[in-house]
Design a protein around this ligand. Structure first.
Ligand code: DAH
Length: 441
């Protein structure tokens, strides 16, 4: 069982794989214990959380006064004033919470070690705020918002970062005539408000053969829920984007609804917003799968839920060009913002980038791209602008596989010197050899 110790940040370099291993060729020992957020967990074959990722767990950008992510959270919360506003749930969850409680099938790819961060086979970092749906519904809350940091193994570039923030929202109600009438009355109010707003909505039918009501639901109730969901979110989109995108009659805010699929909703939708010439994917949502509510001991109720990513929205509202900037502790970034206010970010001088390539022979059992990305991130942190696999080939005779990895190094805050970049690249190469038994070509 897990035992309590010091905060992770104080023990990380001695208790865990050292961050900087210089000029060694012996393989790094697999740690037998992993301290995370003050608790020590036994490591096992699932363990893949890196110190770089673990260091993000205490940052809590969504709770940092004045930070764009915190302002955006506040804006969403003010739009739903009579909902419970939650923001302090631990990022450490069980695979049961993250997947099974939401009816994810046993073979869903999101469960793979290559896609998610595991502390060990029993604990992981939540990959979405939906991981808490059953807990919050179980607590009895009928209307709630939950904002939190979520973690996914992914590629590295200006719009992908392995940590980001989501706000989950949900509303459930009873299905007796009076309760349904109250939901319909709320929908009529929202419809009247939206009719006065400069917004154009491309809709899809609430239900279709490919996006059906759940068999346990009366389809009419499902329609009422879906309609209330759509109106509630159209209204939220107008609050967030109306002022900036649709200021004129000729240029209204455009929102489009798309049929979607999630294991934990039916019907399901995605919402996109047209912003500065592009459709932006903003959120996923739907009518809550009844098994989720059953697992929460909620009886005789149904409802809707949504989950929206905050960075993407903040990047367009504030004109923030690179997702790494949210993690900057540089005053030139932070001093530009104050709580509750959306303003245009003024870039400070961009320092030069320099790239390094390395070509590798992969081990015979292969190597996942995400393992390469995490390793580079773990060596160089936010000095990595992006990492790309720029070439792959298989040797025609030996069938050995090769790849070339290009890393673009750039600091947000200062010029990097050549020796420093060389040293980082040398560490990338030696860690690739030690950890993954690659051969440098
Ligand atoms: N959790 C989903 C994701 O991260 C988004 C989502 C979809 C949340 C549908 C919901 C929902 O609450 O009903 O991709």
């Amino acid at each position: 069982m897990a035992t309590k110790v010091l905060q992770f940040s104080r023990v990380r370099s001695s208790a865990w794989r050292p961050l900087l291993r210089r000029h060694t060729s012996t393989a790094a020992p697999t740690p037998s214990e992993i301290p995370v957020l003050g608790t020590v967990y036994p490591a096992d074959a699932y363990t893949n959380i890196t110190p770089t990722i673990a260091a993000k767990l205490t940052r809590r950008l969504h709770a940092q006064d004045g930070h764009p992510i915190a302002t955006l959270r506040g804006l969403i919360e003010s739009h739903f004033p009579d909902y419970a506003h939650l923001s302090s749930l631990s990022p450490i969850v069980t695979p049961h919470q993250n997947f099974d409680s939401l009816s994810f099938p046993a073979d869903h790819p999101g469960r793979a070690k290559t896609d998610s961060y595991y502390i060990n086979k029993d604990y992981m970092l939540r990959t979405h705020t939906s991981a808490h749906e059953v807990d919050v519904f179980t607590s009895g809350s009928e209307r709630w918002l939950l904002t939190a940091d979520v973690y996914r193994r992914d590629e590295i570039d200006a719009s992908h970062y392995p940590v980001f923030h989501q706000t989950e929202g949900a509303k459930i109600f009873q299905t007796d005539a009076a309760s349904l009438e109250a939901v319909e009355e709320d929908s009529r109010r929202l419809e009247r408000e939206l009719a006065q707003s400069n917004i154009v909505i491309e809709d899809v039918p609430h239900l279709s053969s490919t996006n059906p009501a759940q068999s346990v639901h009366n389809p009419r109730h499902s329609e009422i829920a879906a309609k209330n969901l759509k109106l509630s979110l159209n209204s939220l989109m107008y609050t967030l984007f109306g002022g900036v995108a649709g200021a004129t009659k000729e240029d209204p805010l455009r929102v489009r609804w798309i049929e979607a699929f999630f294991p934990f909703t039916s019907p399901s939708y995605e919402v996109e917003v047209f912003f500065r010439g592009k459709w932006l994917e903003i959120l996923g949502c739907g009518v809550v799968a009844q098994p989720t509510l059953d697992r929460s001991n909620v009886v005789n109720k149904m409802g809707w839920a949504f989950g929206l990513g905050l960075e993407r929205i903040a990047m367009v509202l504030y004109s923030i060009p690179d997702i790494r900037l949210f993690w900057s502790e540089d005053e030139r970034f932070l001093s530009q913002f104050s709580q509750g206010k959306i303003n245009t970010f003024k870039p400070y001088s961009k320092y030069p980038a320099s790239y390094r390539d390395v070509s590798l022979w992969l081990p015979s059992d292969g190597l996942h791209d995400n393992d390469v990305y995490d390793l580079v991130r773990d060596v160089a942190g936010d000095l990595v602008e992006d990492v790309a696999i720029i070439d792959r080939f298989t040797h025609p005779k030996t069938e050995r596989q090769s790849m070339t990895v290009r890393t673009n190094f750039r600091s947000m805050d200062r010029s990097l010197v050549k020796d420093e970049v060389n040293e980082l690249q040398a560490q990338v190469q030696s860690r690739l050899k030690e950890q993954f038994r690659v051969e440098i070509r």
